[in-house]
Design a protein around this ligand. Structure first.
Ligand code: NAG
Length: 389
């Protein structure tokens, strides 16, 4: 049985250095044969980096065919000291210092690992693609390695490969650290924007799934109620504030307790931002679509939107090319009605209209979600000749 052999040899190597309860998971990314619609050319898998075999030839194919269709589920196997297996679920706990070994079926596959590891792997991580599976090995683990490990089977046509996202298999791995209940952070505090009605996550990630985690406000020092609706907790993610409101702002932190240990997380400085639901929808209107030379023209641009959402206006107008200076007046006024809304307006003033002022006036309104323009055209007509007596 190949799995057992693999374990046997690998373990002896690693065991010499450390007390290890090697943990091996098999992520069963379905064999590609289960997607008939995407398999026009099964004969040329050139990307496989298997070391001792050439491009998979005829020999491999019958084997795969012989395998009964694998169920589209992930199964994880934990291997204990003497090659004993134990099935585990979608999360797993590993003692820090131990080796994590993940095995994912597929050829080739790509892994996605916690971003901290990706940036700063310091030689502890090894990924080896074998003939029919890939093995990810992480040694000398620490609490900081806690996170999601995902295997993506790749679909290849010649040398052109892409991830098969729908077949990704993932496992969340906790690395229990007897000293650190939270995944360490390099920052003393973290600034987080709370946007109106946009879910916000306080990523206080614990290293042990059993840790009891609570949320606290610094001033006044109180525990924040976590009701599962307004604020919820997920052991793989931290706290989520689902619909931020201004009163959620302030300095917050998480506290984790496990056994005799009680620790605080990094501090989160939550800053509330009035965040619009959508880009503005400006309405433009000229005081008249036809103005006589010498008269004054006003072009107004207005946006009705959520209260306290800042809208910025910019203008494009015909006299711009010759550097004609124009003036704008901006104002904000509340709008009546059920919900709290406001009208932001910019008025472009064109004094003593000249011929060059004829043309298209465009107003662009911008908020944090985007910018939208609106235009109108204005005709300039010559002054009526004074009648001769
Ligand atoms: C793992 O830790 C051992 C013992 O401290 C050390 O000798 C070894 O070099 C480490 N391995 C890696 C890949 O960091």
């Amino acid at each position: 049985m190949p799995l057992v052999n693999l374990l046997g040899s690998k373990r002896r190597l690693v065991l010499s250095a450390l007390l290890i309860c090697a943990v091996i998971f098999e992520l069963d990314a379905q064999e590609q044969r289960t997607t008939p619609e995407r398999k026009p050319k099964p004969s040329k898998p050139k990307l496989g980096k298997s070391t001792n075999k050439g491009p998979r030839a005829v020999t491999a194919k019958p084997k795969i065919k012989a395998t009964p269709a694998a169920p589209a589920q992930t199964f994880l196997t934990q291997v204990l000291n003497k090659g004993k297996f134990k099935k585990v679920g979608e999360t797993i706990s590993v003692q820090t210092g131990d080796t994590l070994e993940l095995r994912c079926r597929g050829k080739p596959v790509q892994w996605s690992i916690p971003s901290y590891l990706e940036e700063d792997d310091d030689g502890r991580l090894r990924i080896v693609q074998h003939e029919r599976y890939s093995v990810l090995t992480l040694v000398n683990t620490t609490g900081a390695d806690t996170g999601e490990y995902t295997c993506y089977p790749m679909y290849c046509e010649d040398t052109d490969c892409r991830k098969e996202y729908d077949k990704a298999v993932k496992v969340f791995v906790f690395f229990r650290d007897p000293q650190e209940l939270f995944v360490p952070s390099s920052d003393y505090y973290e600034v987080i924007q709370l946007r109106t009605n946009w879910p916000t996550v306080l990523p206080c990630q614990v290293t042990s799934p059993e840790a009891k985690v609570t949320l606290h406000r610094e001033f006044p020092p109180v525990e924040v109620a976590v009701d599962g609706t307004e604020i919820s907790f997920n052991v793989k993610k931290g706290f989520t504030i689902h619909r931020p409101r201004p009163y959620h702002a302030g300095a917050l932190y998480c506290v984790a307790s496990l056994g005799n240990l009680r620790q605080s997380s990094t501090k989160y400085m939550l800053i509330y931002v009035n965040y619009p639901m959508a880009p503005p929808a400006p309405v433009i209107q000229a005081s008249s679509s036809s103005v006589t030379v010498g008269e004054n023209l006003r072009v107004s641009c207005s946006v009705v939107g959520e209260q306290d959402v800042v809208v910025e206006f910019t203008w494009d107008y015909p006299g711009q090319q010759i550097g004609r200076p124009l003036y704008t007046q901006e104002s904000i006024s509340p709008v009546g009605g059920g919900t709290v809304r406001q009208q932001s307006q910019s008025v472009l003033l064109v004094e003593e209209v000249r011929d060059v002022d004829q043309g298209t006036y465009t107003c662009t309104a911008q908020n944090l979600q985007g910018a939208t323009s609106a235009s109108t055209t204005v005709k300039v007509v010559p002054k009526a000749k004074p009648k001769k007596p």
